[in-house]
Structure formats: structure tokens, C-alpha cells
Write a protein that binds this ligand. Structure first.
Ligand SMILES: [Zn+2]
Length: 388
């Protein structure tokens, strides 16, 4: 079951040049410029012919159960099948509950995460959802993180949004401290992943939490920070204070008061802000609703994991060097989520690998040493996925 990937242009995310990679037991056993150093009896060789090889995307915010439900029960989005992720180059996911943490709960989220694991994907989740008190399985955010293997943090807790519980500073701090201590006990991420809405208050609550508590800035992890241009300015400021901020790769219309993910990442990097503190997620399976002033939904779209590969392609087409933009999709996410054996290409890491073709499209996807996509064709199917 050994595989030798030869003549790959490896971005680890650093540019390592042309290398050869030996994969076995689901992990990368070795990376070398010399093929003879990796010689192993019985290895199947796959010549990548100089194509770029990058770590698989880690999507830190995806509604694996399906999100939505904001305009009646029929608007609940169905669960996402394996191929939704793998064909998008997503090799690891963190599932979250959103607005609807009432008809969906931590139990159903955990079941979905375990199902995706059985199908080969790297999968974790946060406990809680938009609301306070957070929905949990054990009755406590801290206990969920400590005792439930896939649970690594809490969120997406909503602030500055008409759908949120309008939490007070004290409520926010109590939940953040449970996440922080749960993370300390287990070595898990222990973050409070915060959904930012369109509200004018923006990141006010986060700034107050940083100023008025002893909790480390890394615990506060806001997402959707590019949904308003002024909000993104705030995100760049709190990144300087130590928070990790998460851009969402949602579609942005030309006249919209929002930054497309590729524009936001470019602005952040050009501003010389700490490059390790920015990540990009898809909000896959979540709904993309447009509301009127009364909070009534006017239209709804569904987030797609494929928006990540489209964002990377845009960045590369705009001339951004791969090694500078790749960490936001891979190694930065692994670091903030404390997934220490993911997000990089190196000896001992899980063999989650993507092959890029000359047009910056993902042609092949390997997850834990198994080819899930070859030459653009899905090879491994989820239990209820149609092969046609
Ligand atoms: Zn959200």
C-alpha cells in the first residue's frame, strides 16, 4: 500500500521545488529531492511530472449537517455528501451549527462528523451554535470539549446580528473561558468561533472582551469578517492584537459593501499584518440569505465548499505567489485549530494532498493516502452518493 509520488513541485506551503514523496499507512513517510532515498519495495509510483502539490484545504467553518432553516422548515439545507468536500479539495472540515440550533443539535452534528470520518474525511466540530446558552450534548461547553473527541471548540456564536441571542459581555466571557480551559485540559483548539453579522456594533464586544478579561486573544476567532468593508478594518486591527480572523469565501456582487475573499486576503497581506493569523473558510452548506429591514428573508443561496478552490485560483490568476496565500487555506488553519499533523507537507503529516494543474484547478485529491479524486473524477463515494 506504499505510494511514491515522484517529480512533484511541492508547496509545503513553502516552495520546496521538485521533490518525491513516499506515502504509507495514510501518512507522509518521507519527502526528498532524491528519489533513491525513498526507495521502497512494492511502492506504486505516480509521476506528477512537475505539477504543483499542495496540502489539502482545511475548512474551519462548514455546515456539514446542512444549515439554513431561516424561512420555514422547507429551507433547512440537507446534509452535505462526501463528494461536496472532496471534489472541492477540502480534506478536513470543522462542522458548525448556525441559526438553527433548535431542530439541529450537537448530537446530530457529531453523528454527521463521525459519518464523514467513516467515509475517510478529516472531520471535527464545535459545540454550541448561534445562541446563548449554547446547545451542548453534556450540558456544558467545557465538558463537551473535554469528553467528546471530535469537539474542539465552541461556535459559531452570533454577535452583531439580528439572529443572535444579543449576548452580554459577561455571557460571552463565560463561554470563552469554558473554551479556553477545555482547550488547556485536552490540547484541543479551545477557541470561541464567532459569527459576525451585519450589525453596526461590529467587533465591539470582542474589543471589550480583550480589554476587560485575562483571556488570551487567540481564544476569540471571528468569522465572516469580510462581509462589510468597515468590519474588515476592525478585523485587521484585532488581528494585530493577537486574534486570528477568518474570511468567508462567499460570492460578492460588484456594488456590495463587502470584500471578496481573494481581495480581503490580498489587503491583509499587503498591510504587513501577521500572516499566520488569517484563515479562509467556505461556510459550505450554510445559507446565504438576504433580509429586509424587518428581518424577513428576500432570497437564499447555499454556501459551497468549492468557493475555496475558486478563491485560490483567483489569487493565483491575479499573480499572488502560491506560497504566500496557501497558509490561509492550510497551515494557518491547522495551527489555530491545533491539528498538529495536518495542513503541511512533511514527514509524519497525514497524507492530505492536492495536485494543481496548469490552469490552477485541482485535478487530484488524496486524503489520508487514498485517492478520492483522480484527473478531476471523483473515485470514492459516500454512502448515499450517486455515481452518475
Ligand atoms: Zn455564520
Amino acid at each position: 500500500m506504499l505510494k511514491l509520488l515522484s517529480n512533484a513541485h511541492v508547496y509545503a506551503p513553502e516552495d520546496l521545488g521538485i521533490c518525491h514523496i513516499l506515502v504509507g499507512g495514510g501518512r507522509i513517510l518521507g519527502v526528498s529531492r532524491r528519489k533513491d532515498e525513498l526507495a521502497a519495495a512494492g511502492a506504486t509510483e505516480c509521476d506528477l511530472d512537475g505539477c504543483r502539490l499542495i496540502p489539502g484545504f482545511i475548512d474551519g467553518h462548514t455546515h456539514v449537517t446542512g444549515g439554513g432553516g431561516e424561512s420555514g422548515f422547507r429551507t433547512r439545507v440537507p446534509p452535505l455528501p462526501l463528494g461536496h468536500f472532496t471534489t472541492a479539495g477540502v480534506t478536513s472540515v470543522v462542522g458548525v451549527l448556525g441559526t438553527d440550533d433548535t431542530t439541529r443539535d450537537t448530537r446530530s452534528l457529531l453523528a454527521q462528523v463521525r459519518g464523514l470520518r467513516e467515509e475517510g474525511l478529516g472531520a471535527w466540530c464545535h459545540t454550541g451554535g448561534y445562541h446563548v446558552p449554547p446547545v451542548t450534548l453534556t450540558g456544558s461547553v467545557r465538558d463537551d470539549i473535554v469528553f467528546l473527541d471530535p469537539v474542539i471548540g465552541v461556535g459559531e456564536l452570533a454577535i452583531s446580528d439580528h439572529r443572535s441571542s444579543q449576548p452580554t459581555l459577561n455571557e460571552l466571557l463565560r463561554i470563552a473561558s469554558d473554551a479556553h480551559v477545555g482547550g488547556m485540559i485536552t490540547g484541543k483548539a479551545g477557541i470561541l468561533h464567532l459569527h459576525l453579522g451585519d450589525g453596526e456594533r461590529g467587533m465591539d464586544l470582542i474589543r471589550r472582551a480583550l480589554a476587560e478579561s485575562e483571556l488570551p486573544a487567540r481564544v476569540f476567532n471571528p468569522t465572516h469578517v469580510n462581509r462589510r468593508k468597515a468590519l474588515f478594518e476592525e478585523a485587521m486591527q484585532i488581528a494585530q492584537q493577537g486574534c486570528t480572523v477568518d474570511i468567508t469565501a462567499f460570492p460578492v456582487a460588484e456594488d456590495e459593501d463587502a470584500w471578496a475573499a481573494e481581495v480581503a486576503l490580498g489587503m491583509y497581506l499587503d498591510a504587513g499584518l501577521p500572516a499566520e493569523r488569517i484563515t479562509i473558510s467556505s461556510d459550505g452548506g450554510g445559507c446565504l440569505p438576504v433580509f429586509n429591514e424587518q428581518g424577513e428573508m428576500l432570497q437564499m443561496d447555499i454556501g459551497r465548499s468549492a468557493s475555496l478552490k475558486e478563491t485560490l485560483r483567483e489569487l493565483l490568476r491575479n499573480g499572488r505567489p502560491l506560497q504566500t496565500v496557501l497558509p490561509a487555506f492550510t497551515s494557518n488553519v491547522a495551527a489555530i485549530l491545533r491539528l498538529h499533523d495536518r495542513g503541511r507537507i512533511g514527514g509524519g503529516f497525514v497524507a492530505d494532498l492536492l495536485v494543481l494543474d496548469a490552469d490552477h484547478n485541482i485535478s487530484d485529491v488524496m486524503i489520508a493516502g487514498i485517492w478520492h479524486v483522480r484527473h478531476g473524477e471523483q473515485q470514492v463515494f459516500g454512502q448515499f452518493e450517486s455515481r452518475s
